[in-house]
Design a protein around this ligand. Structure first.
Ligand SMILES: CC(C)(COP(=O)(O)OP(=O)(O)OC[C@H]1O[C@@H](n2cnc3c(N)ncnc32)[C@H](O)[C@@H]1OP(=O)(O)O)[C@@H](O)C(=O)NCCC(=O)NCCS
Length: 160
């Protein structure tokens, strides 16, 4: 994952800097508990791997509180613009709905982050009008855990 996350352009909109081996080792050790230190949130993280070769190309994460999850997605530069973030996040949403019966999904996205806005739109998310730490809060809600899984929209998310 150090190789995947080494390009500084990945941090342009999300802050921070490319992680070291030491940092990621500690970070993943913390995340492996799958809970926030206070125990009130689930911290769920998946590394995205290419089916064909098993190579890691990015990650998706969900911070779960009650029936909602705040989502984030990162894909390494060489593998971008191939639909990977959209496919991986859609799969994560499906899993969270099926296993945890979650009904609301959100993402905090900088107004300058066009790529992430496109991913959110393709997942059925819309700008909520609320801000989260200076970023737009994008949200999609589903009425029940069983119905209407937010799917990758066939119009590329352009419909508003
Ligand atoms: C945002 C990010 C995860 C997108 O990953 P990705 O695998 O390239 O996304 P997808 O291939 O699923 O693309 C989804 C849409 O975004 C568009 N897109 C991708 N990169 C783009 C870019 N740099 N500028 C504009 N649109 C872009 C794609 O064209 C596609 O839209 P389309 O179907 O209408 O053509 C990736 O750019 C990234 O990791 N960025 C840095 C980290 C980050 O900002 N994470 C999000 C935090 S909220």
């Amino acid at each position: 994952m150090v190789q995947v996350l080494k390009d500084p352009s990945l941090n342009e909109h999300i802050g921070g800097q490319p992680p070291s081996v030491e940092y990621l080792t500690t970070r993943y050790d913390t995340l492996s508990s799958r809970r926030s230190p206070g125990g009130d949130e689930l911290w769920l993280n998946w590394i995205i791997r290419l089916n064909a070769e098993g190579r890691a190309v990015g990650y998706v994460q969900a911070t779960v509180r009650e029936s909602s999850a705040a989502l984030a997605w990162v894909v390494g530069v060489p593998c971008q613009r191939a639909g990977i973030a959209t496919e991986a996040t859609s799969a994560m949403i499906g899993l969270l709905r099926e296993k945890l019966a979650l009904t609301t999904f959100s993402a905090s996205i900088a107004s300058s982050n066009q790529a992430s806005q496109r991913v959110a739109a393709k997942l059925g998310m819309r700008r909520s009008g609320m801000m989260d730490d200076g970023e737009d809060l994008w949200v999609v809600s589903v009425s029940t855990p069983e119905s209407a899984t937010p799917e990758v929209s066939t119009d590329g998310g352009r419909a508003r």
